[in-house]
Design a protein around this ligand. Structure first.
Ligand SMILES: Nc1nc2c(ncn2[C@@H]2O[C@H](COP(=O)(O)OP(=O)(O)OP(=O)(O)O)[C@@H](O)[C@H]2O)c(=O)[nH]1
Length: 369
């Protein structure tokens, strides 16, 4: 049995963690957390951290003891310099909570790249975890909608770089911009994206701790995640409304609607792990081998795991590390433009000392009516 730690930082991290708990308690009822047992075979401990109390209160499926409030007004307002300072001032409190939970085999830290709290806490937290413990720590980082503005874009660029330098064992990217194809209003888009991410995490955890027909385990996952440029994404397809064909399911898990981040897997991936679950009668070995070979001949090594689940349609999860990513290059160019725009604005504001001159003209005067 694996001991797994999952920490969600900031509003986005909290909400995804809550979606993980909702899926894992297997009930849409908010009371499920009080009386049901998690669906996990593994021992999964969840911790939500936030500076904004309202974001923590909003969580419906995460126990109160799993929520840590670090008081700082109502969040840090997308200011990462403040966020980093608040983390340093409260680091020991957070690390004590982690220590109390015992020993782990693996940890996941979930955050958005672009807000203030999560994006500044997470790289520092990963660094602390890596210094104090010897288990692998993976980060799940959500990129912003590109139209959310200059501050979020520059935050995303810097926090992702800091995350790579934090000592994390790999970064799994999910991109709001790419996933917005789900449509609907913002709240339902968030809910949809969060559920997509949560389901993939749960499937991964479940399979790392399963007895498979063909085995992939935590060791294989580590090897996959250590490949490429330290960045990865995850694809998934299948389930009740999926397809009976395992071939189609693998292809769909590898195609844009199945992925959390925009990439051409045959061009940009570096290593992969494919986990296939379902009833024996759907899992045609020739079809599986054909699809896996197609991928491995394009990218190199592909680990393969098969889990037999009676009566279930095929479900396919793919973890892919990326060698390069044209989408991130585009995001970084946009971030540079955003930084320049903010700089120009700042220097314009400074040159608006003229405004002071204008005000000084009425010095000593009172309105006269
Ligand atoms: N996928 C997804 N993205 C979200 C969600 N909530 C916020 N975001 C994204 O997260 C980014 C903002 O980060 P937050 O997590 O809200 O910020 P925070 O870490 O709480 O930091 P502050 O509020 O600035 O203290 C934006 O790019 C949002 O689009 C969510 O529930 N799901």
């Amino acid at each position: 049995m694996l001991n797994i730690l999952m920490i969600g930082n900031g509003q986005c991290g909290n909400r995804i963690l809550d979606a993980v708990n909702r899926e894992s308690f297997g009930s849409k009822s908010k009371f499920a957390k009080f009386y049901s047992k998690q669906k996990f075979k593994s021992n999964v401990e969840t911790i939500a951290v936030n500076t904004a109390i309202n974001d923590l209160k909003e969580m419906k499926f995460t126990k109160a003891k799993d929520r840590i409030h670090i008081p700082h007004l109502h969040g840090v307002g997308a200011n990462r310099n403040i966020g980093k300072k608040v983390f340093e001032d409260n680091k020991e409190q957070i690390m004590r909570k982690v220590e109390e939970r015992g020993r782990f085999d693996v940890a996941f830290v979930i955050t958005s790249a672009s807000g203030g709290t999560g994006s500044s806490f997470s790289p520092l937290l990963v660094k602390e975890l890596k210094e104090r413990y010897d288990y692998p720590v993976y980060s799940i980082v959500v990129l912003p909608f590109r139209e959310e503005g200059t501050l979020y874009l520059q935050n995303a660029a810097f926090s992702l770089r800091e995350m790579r330098e934090s000592g994390t064992d790999g970064i799994i990217l999910a991109d709001n911009q790419f996933l917005k194809q789900m449509g609907g209003d913002v709240q339902s888009a968030y809910d949809g994206i969060n559920s997509m991410i949560a389901r993939r995490i749960l499937f991964l955890i479940d399979s790392l701790d399963s007895e498979m027909m063909m085995v992939t385990d935590l060791g294989d996952f580590k090897t996959v995640m250590s490949g490429g440029a330290g960045l990865a994404t995850v694809g998934f397809y299948g389930g009740d409304d999926g397809d009976m064909s395992v071939k189609t399911s693998i292809q769909k898990a590898l195609s844009p609607p199945g992925l959390l981040f925009s990439t051409d897997v045959y061009e940009e991936a570096s290593r992969a792990m494919i986990i296939i679950k379902g009833d024996r009668k759907y899992l045609n070995i020739d079809d599986i081998s054909h699809e896996v070979e197609k991928l491995s001949s394009a990218i190199g090594h592909v680990f393969k795991g098969i889990i037999i689940r009676e009566g279930e349609y095929p479900q396919v999860l793919v973890v892919l590390t990326l060698e390069s990513t044209s989408e991130l290059e585009k995001m970084y160019s946009a971030a540079v433009e955003a930084i320049n725009m903010e700089r120009e604005k700042k220097s314009r504001v400074e040159s608006q000392k003229d405004m002071d001159k204008a005000f000084s003209q009425i010095e000593g005067y009172e309105p006269s009516y």
